[in-house]
Ligand binder design. Structure first.
Ligand SMILES: Cc1cc2nc3c(=O)[nH]c(=O)nc-3n(C[C@H](O)[C@H](O)[C@H](O)COP(=O)(O)OP(=O)(O)OC[C@H]3O[C@@H](n4cnc5c(N)ncnc54)[C@H](O)[C@@H]3O)c2cc1C
Length: 448
C-alpha cells in the first residue's frame, strides 16, 4: 500500500482510527498463535500495512468497498485472542478491527442483537437486567468480541447445557457484508450461517450478530478434589451426564495442572496431589453432596450466589484455553491439543495414550454436541519436536480420539470445516479472494 492509499483510508476513518506506526502494527497484527510452537516461527513478522478501526457500519462498508476496488487484502480482527493464526495477515494489506462497532442494538430476555465489536462480558452484564445470561461463551469473555467469537471460536462455558455455537439457535442470525466494489449487506437467518460460523474471517465480514440468551441462573461454583485422576474423570463424567443436574461448566484437571493456577493455588484451595473437577451448578453444597460422595470427592473451594456474579471470583478463568495459558505462564515449553474422546471409552483412551505419550497432562471439558454429552480435551503437553507432535496426532486419529489440530493456520485442515458449502459462500461473498488470503490449502497454487 502506498501513501495515497493511506491518505484515502484517513479520509474514511479519520487519523485517530488509522494505525500506521510500526510498533502498533506489530502487536496489532498478532493473535494468540504463540500457543503453538509450530505456528510461531511460521507466522512471526507477518504484518498488516495499516490497521483501521471504523466507528460505524457506514465506515466499515466504505472500507470494504475501497479495498475491493484497490484489490487490497482484508483481515477482520476482533480482540485477537484466536489461537490458530487465522487472524494473521499473511499478505499484508488492511486489518479492520471491530473495537468501535460496539453497539448493543437490542436486547430482551431471549436474545441480544449486537454489533460485531461488542465484548461478550458486556452482553452478559446487560442481559442480567432482563433476567438472562449468555448461553455459551469462551473463557476470554472479558475481551473477546462477539463477531470474533462466532467466526473464530466454537463454544465454551455453557456448552455443557446449550451445546456449541453451531447448535440449535445459539446464534440466531447475522448481518454480513460481502467484499465487492459495491458490498452487499445480507441479513442471514440461522439456517444460512454455514459459511459464517467459524469462518475465521475467510468468507465475509460480520457486522451484527443475534445471540440466543438463556434464563439467568444463580450459579454455585465448586472445586472438588479427588485422590486420583481417574476418580475425578469418572465423577466429571457422571456430573456431566446427569440430566437432572443443571450446570454451566464441568472440567477435569489432572494433578499437577492445578498448581499452574497461581492465584487459586496460593489460596490453598487444592489438596496436594489431588486431581479436581471444576463445576458450575445451581445446586447448594448439601444438594450436591450425594452426587459427589460415590466417587470420594471433597469440596475444597466454593463460591455461592450472590458472590458468583463478581468478575473476580470466576473459576472459569482457569478453564478452556485459559488452562493452556496458565500452564505456559508456568513453563513456556507447554502447548496443547484439542481432542475429542469417545465418552464411553474415555478412561481407556487416556490410559493407553499416556502409556505411549507420558508427556501428556490431562484437561477434559465436557460439552453437549447434537444433544449428547461428549468429552473434549484441551490436553497439555511439553513440546519437544514437531515430529513427536505429529506422531501424537497420528496416534490419536488412529485410536478413535478426534483431533482439531491447533497447530495449523489452514482452515481446511480443521475438523470443523464445512467443505463445499463454505467454498460456495467464499466464491459468492468474496469473489476477488481478498479476505484473509493464505489460510486455505484449496486456494494455494500448490495445494497440499
Ligand atoms: C486464553 C484463551 C482462551 C480461549 N478460550 C476459548 C474458549 O473457551 N472457547 C472458544 O471457542 N475459543 C476460545 N479461545 C479462542 C478465542 O478466544 C475465541 O476464538 C474468541 O472468541 C475469538 O474472539 P476475538 O474477538 O479475539 O477474535 P479474533 O481473534 O480477533 O478473530 C478470530 C477470527 O475471526 C475473524 N474475525 C474476527 N472478527 C470478525 C468479523 N467481524 N467478521 C469476520 N471475521 C472476523 C478473524 O479474522 C480471525 O480469523 C481462547 C483463546 C485464548 C487465547
Amino acid at each position: 500500500m502506498d501513501p495515497q492509499h493511506m491518505q484515502q483510508l484517513e479520509e474514511i476513518v479519520g487519523a485517530e482510527n488509522l494505525i500506521l506506526d510500526a510498533k502498533r502494527l506489530t502487536s496489532g497484527s498478532k493473535d494468540c498463535y504463540h500457543f503453538s510452537p509450530v505456528l510461531k516461527p511460521q507466522l512471526d513478522g507477518r504484518l498488516a500495512d495499516a490497521i483501521v478501526k471504523p466507528e460505524n457500519q457506514a465506515q466499515l462498508i466504505a472500507l470494504i468497498a475501497w479495498a475491493a476496488k484497490n484489490r487490497i487484502p482484508i483481515t477482520p480482527r476482533g480482540a485477537g485472542t484466536g489461537n490458530y493464526g487465522q487472524g494473521v495477515p499473511l499478505q499484508g494489506g488492511l486489518m479492520i478491527n471491530t473495537r468501535n462497532l460496539n453497539e448493543i442494538v437490542s436486547i430482551d430476555k431471549d436474545s441480544a442483537r449486537v454489533e460485531a465489536g461488542v465484548i461478550l462480558l458486556d452482553i452478559e452484564k446487560e442481559a442480567a437486567a432482563y433476567g438472562a445470561e449468555l448461553r455459551c461463551f469462551p473463557s476470554t469473555i472479558p475481551t473477546s468480541h462477539t463477531g470474533g467469537f462466532i467466526t473464530g471460536g466454537s463454544g465454551g462455558v455453557g456448552s455443557i447445557e446449550w451445546g456449541m455455537l453451531r447448535e440449535s439457535d445459539n446464534v440466531k442470525s447475522a448481518r454480513i457484508i460481502t467484499v465487492e466494489e459495491t458490498p452487499r449487506v445480507l441479513d442471514l437467518e440461522r439456517k444460512d450461517l454455514a459459511g459464517v460460523l467459524h469462518n475465521c474471517g475467510l468468507t465475509c465480514f460480520v457486522a451484527e450478530v443475534t445471540l440466543g440468551l438463556a434464563p439467568k441462573t444463580p450459579w454455585y461454583q465448586y472445586i472438588i478434589s479427588y485422590d486420583d485422576f481417574y476418580s475425578a474423570l469418572a465423577a466429571g463424567k457422571y456430573l456431566a451426564q446427569a440430566d437432572e443436574i443443571k450446570k454451566r461448566l464441568v472440567t477435569v484437571f489432572e494433578w499437577p495442572v492445578p498448581t499452574f493456577f497461581a492465584p487459586l493455588y496460593r489460596k490453598n484451595v487444592f489438596k496436594e496431589d489431588a486431581s479436581v473437577v471444576f463445576l458450575y451448578t445451581d445446586l447448594t453444597a448439601d444438594e450436591l453432596a450425594p452426587h459427589i460422595a460415590p466417587f470420594g470427592g471433597d469440596i475444597t473451594f466454593s463460591v455461592a450466589p450472590p458472590e458468583d456474579a463478581r468478575r473476580d471470583t470466576q473459576i472459569y478463568d482457569y478453564t478452556w484455553n485459559h488452562t493452556t495459558q496458565w500452564a505456559m505462564k508456568n513453563d513456556k515449553g507447554f502447548t496443547y491439543l484439542q481432542d475429542r474422546f469417545d465418552i464411553d471409552q474415555v478412561e481407556d483412551q487416556i490410559k493407553a495414550r499416556k502409556a505411549l505419550f507420558p508427556e501428556m497432562l490431562e484437561h477434559v471439558e465436557f460439552i453437549r454436541d447434537a444433544g449428547k454429552v461428549v468429552s473434549g480435551g484441551l490436553s497439555l503437553l511439553k513440546f519437544s519436536t514437531e515430529e513427536r507432535l505429529n506422531e501424537l496426532i497420528k496416534y490419536c486419529e488412529g485410536n478413535g480420539i478426534r483431533v482439531a489440530n491447533p497447530h495449523t493456520h489452514y482452515l481446511d485442515d480443521d475438523t470443523r470445516w464445512y467443505g463445499d458449502a463454505f467454498l460456495k459462500c467464499k466464491a459468492d461473498w468474496d469473489p476477488h479472494g481478498l479476505l484473509n488470503p493464505g489460510h486455505l490449502h484449496v486456494h494455494e497454487e500448490q495445494p497440499r
